[in-house]
Ligand binder design. Structure first.
Ligand SMILES: [Zn+2]
Length: 259
């Protein structure tokens, strides 16, 4: 019985971007963690500050284990985040999603619009509760993007990522890099308002809904299949193209630097 309350320790080393969640003195270092009983590695990692969706591989004494592993005295843990070049995919904690789709928390409205602009399936409403976000992510296998670490720690969440950047452009580049999306950009495919798919539509079908000047100067139109919003390549089009080129360019450059 005395054994139950005995204090043990295990050694931990977190790699690469997982260090973002640790206090300074524990970053890029092996450190001892003291514990009682036999906690799961999932709970232990989260009590150290790292949300479980950010972890992609756990090695204990050189062997890979899943989140249910119980921490034992003197274990040595190496904890890894996502690496695009990681080739030991058999040991990863969850399957990678080849065609990612997303759900964004209520503070990321601008990022949601930009992601739809690039053609990514992105759910966003400014009144989702944390509980709803976790549920949607779980049921629809959507990756939660959030600036709220506590949301990622919810047990329902399997696929998630903590957004580091503060401004929309750096957030967008970060997401494209993390999920290898630069080759999947497909602009003008999603409605910026509702995430529905947009398709080209004949001018005569929607002509009654156009403002006089739009009617006069444009002939090519698109319409959302969900909310009927009409789009055309208006004066904002060159500006949008520039944003897309810039994002494509910088995410490509960054992926070269990282690989
Ligand atoms: Zn729409």
């Amino acid at each position: 019985m005395i054994q139950i309350n005995k204090i043990n320790f295990a050694n931990f080393r977190f790699y690469a971007s997982l260090n973002d969640f640790l206090p300074k003195k524990r970053r890029q270092e092996t450190f001892a963690y003291f514990f009682k009983g036999n906690p799961s590695i999932k709970d232990t990692i989260e009590s150290l500050g790292v949300p479980h969706p950010e972890v992609e591989l756990i090695l204990v004494n050189g062997e890979s284990v899943d989140f249910s592993y119980r921490v034992k005295a003197k274990d040595y843990f190496s904890i890894y985040p996502h690496f695009s070049s990681l080739e030991i995919s058999n040991n990863l904690l969850r399957d990678r999603i080849l065609y990612p789709h997303f759900v964004l928390d209520v503070h990321l409205g601008k990022l949601a619009t930009q992601m739809r602009l690039l053609g990514f399936n992105t759910l966003y409403l400014n009144n989702y509760s944390d509980e709803e976000l976790a549920k949607i992510s779980h049921q629809q296998q959507r990756i939660i993007l959030t600036r709220d670490i506590a949301l990622l720690k919810r047990s329902l969440v399997i696929h998630g990522y903590w957004i580091r950047g503060k401004d929309t452009e750096s957030q967008l580049i970060e997401v494209l890099r993390r999920f290898n999306l630069s080759s999947k950009i497909s602009p003008f495919k999603r409605c910026l308002r509702c995430n529905g798919l947009i398709i080209s539509v004949k001018k005569e079908v929607i002509i009654d809904k156009l403002e006089p000047l739009t009617k006069q100067y444009y002939n090519e139109f698109y319409q959302c299949t969900e909310c009927s919003q009409i789009y055309w390549k208006g004066s904002h089009y060159p500006k949008l193209k520039k944003i897309i080129e810039k994002v494509r360019d910088s995410s490509f450059r960054n992926s070269l630097l990282n690989n």
